[in-house]
Design a protein around this ligand. Structure first.
Ligand SMILES: [Zn+2]
Length: 133
């Protein structure tokens, strides 16, 4: 028997990061499942299929209107940078520098466009590190 704890992913038990309902509305395919009065969290575990969850239910990768390139199960066409359209398959050692150059001229909008509602650079660094092995 698994006891549900607010803020802890119901599938992998990792601690989630809080996200507002307003931000989730950009990414969930059917917003009628979103309920007020719950705390919503993001599961950033790359091996876990859960993207968002609350104490009652969870939103898996296929319940989003975009693929989450940070999840291991995503295809190579999934985006890892949602502001400048960089796919997982395009990821290389120059990606970070490329994004930073873009940001200087065209400030990013990760809060709205990225399913994790935060800057992609941290997640990209993690992916590159995993790629190096
Ligand atoms: Zn999880």
């Amino acid at each position: 028997m698994i006891f549900k704890v607010d803020g802890q992913c119901p599938k992998c038990a990792k601690k989630g990061k809080k996200i507002s309902l307003k931000k989730m509305k950009h990414h969930v395919d059917d917003i009628s499942y979103l309920k007020e009065h719950f705390n919503y969290y993001i599961c950033k575990n790359t091996h876990c299929e859960v993207v968002y969850f609350n104490i009652m239910n969870e939103f898996l990768t296929h319940q989003l209107n975009k693929e989450v390139g940070y999840k291991q199960s995503s295809s190579s066409d999934a985006l890892v940078c949602y502001c400048y359209n960089i796919k997982k398959s395009q990821l290389n050692e120059n990606t970070l520098g490329y994004i930073e150059t873009k940001m200087e001229e065209y400030p990013c909008a990760c809060g709205t466009r990225n399913p994790y509602a935060s800057c992609c650079l941290g997640e990209i660094k993690k992916l590159l590190k995993a790629k190096r092995g």
